[in-house]
Design a protein around this ligand. Structure first.
Ligand SMILES: [Zn+2]
Length: 150
């Protein structure tokens, strides 16, 4: 995937995150792309909206992409470093690459994915960092609930 514009892919995930925020939810969005740059599915965290803690941006995008024969060439794009649950999803289905908007506010399973040979591209995107910092400052209890901190 040498000629893919990762920031263009990230824009889809950011739009999902902003939609989630507008819905009163947690601003984390994701998109699953094929190796050819085709969008397979996108989604956002809907813990609040659906009262469902299992709907993370990544799992939402993954489910919306439907069945894929192989995930090796797919790219999971997410506004924030994937949590353990979503990092497990990447490994379970052998998703080949993960594009991370940022890992400053939350590092998640980025190192674990890299150790397993998953290609991780961390864009350290200022918009993503700002969006999470604002959210964590505004809704700390909701954020801690989402990452399983008590
Ligand atoms: Zn997650």
């Amino acid at each position: 995937m040498p000629d893919i514009d990762y920031r263009a892919l990230l824009a889809t995930a950011v739009a999902e995150a902003r939609q989630g925020l507008a819905e009163g939810g947690i601003p984390i969005g994701a998109a699953l792309y094929g190796g050819d740059g085709r969008l397979l599915g996108c989604g956002h965290n809907r813990r609040v909206q659906e009262d469902d803690p299992s709907i993370h941006g990544e799992t939402d995008a993954f489910r919306k992409a439907g069945r894929q024969r192989s995930y090796r060439d797919t790219i999971m794009v997410t506004t924030l470093a994937p949590c353990w649950y979503c990092s497990g999803l990447v490994r379970q289905f052998n998703i080949g690459a993960v594009v991370v908007g940022e890992s400053v506010t939350f590092a998640g399973g980025v190192d674990w994915l890299r150790e397993a040979g998953v290609r991780v591209i961390d864009l350290a995107d200022a918009e993503c960092i700002g969006m999470m910092r604002d959210f964590i400052a505004a809704r700390p209890a909701l954020w801690n609930e989402d990452i399983g901190e008590e």
